[in-house]
Design a binder for this molecule. Structure first.
Ligand SMILES: C[S@@+](CC[C@H](N)C(=O)[O-])C[C@H]1O[C@@H](n2cnc3c(N)ncnc32)[C@H](O)[C@@H]1O
Length: 249
């Protein structure tokens, strides 16, 4: 474990009784809300709002962070909300970590650090843990919050991330490459519109892919409905309708 990074983040979390809002990240809700729940990995889970939300939607979650202080808060909150049994909280330095399993959803939300951190290498390793048909969701800052006291790290645009993460076009389908704006409130109540960077990619498999839930109109962007990481998943592949393309301009 990297003592410097661990000390930095523990001290960061000790500085306030609660650092983050307690609400799940909007891009996670939007992207994961379209998926059939299965197994999820949350990298840099912080105080656990995303992992808890995923568990509430029916996902089985492994949530990793370097800070024991953040993880203790997250675990306590999950217990209060009755989802402790669905989440495994694990303390790791992602710089030294290699995944031991594969997951239907791998989510990295604002995995930035002012302490030396090989973010792209960590995300590239993590991408290897996405099950065939599963989704990789990487959300970060496209512009740094004006209230941040830390020096802004390099902030690649979402389209610039696909190559360094090794998302080869024949193995991955890019599902969202976006820079949405979002209203946010800083730690002292400051308001700002921040721009995020969202990359969602589905790992293709030869036998069809994990699916998205049917949309309100009954359409689904996935090709099949199944749980690729669950051995013996009942139901097997179920063809679903493809959405028609957008109207011609
Ligand atoms: C900006 S916070 C985001 C927290 C959470 N994902 C969210 O969106 O609220 C970054 C998180 O990454 C964690 N982190 C930073 N470096 C890490 C490392 N090397 N290994 C594991 N976690 C790390 C920090 O402890 C912190 O909780």
């Amino acid at each position: 474990m990297n003592g410097t990074a661990e000390d930095f983040w523990d001290s960061f979390y000790r500085g306030r009784a609660q650092v983050w809002s307690g609400r799940p990240n909007q891009s996670l809700v939007r992207e994961a809300g379209r998926l059939v729940p299965g197994s999820a990995l949350d990298l840099g889970c912080g105080e656990g709002a995303d992992a808890i939300w995923l568990a509430q939607q029916g996902w089985t979650v492994t949530a990793i962070d370097i800070s024991a202080v953040a993880l203790a808060r997250a675990a306590a909150h999950a217990g209060e909300l009755g989802v402790a049994g669905l989440i495994s909280w694990q303390q790791h330095d992602l710089a030294d970590w290699t995944p031991a399993a594969s997951y239907d959803l791998l989510s990295a939300q604002f995995l930035h650090s002012p302490v030396e951190f090989a973010r792209e290498a960590v995300l590239r390793t993590a991408a290897g843990a996405v099950a065939p048909g599963g989704t990789l969701l990487v959300v970060g800052h496209a512009s740094f919050p004006p209230w941040s006291r830390h020096p802004a790290p390099a902030l690649p645009r979402p389209a610039e991330l696909a190559a360094p993460l090794g998302l080869a076009a024949d193995l991955w389908q890019l599902e969202a490459v976006e820079s949405p704006g979002r209203e946010a409130t800083g730690p002292d109540g400051q308001r700002a519109v921040l721009t995020d960077s969202v990359l969602a990619a589905r790992r293709l498999s030869g036998r069809g892919s994990r699916t998205r839930k049917p949309g309100r109109d009954g359409c689904c962007s996935g090709a099949r409905q199944r749980h690729p990481s669950r051995p013996g998943c009942p139901g097997g592949p179920v063809p679903v309708r493809r959405c028609p393309g957008p109207p011609a301009a």
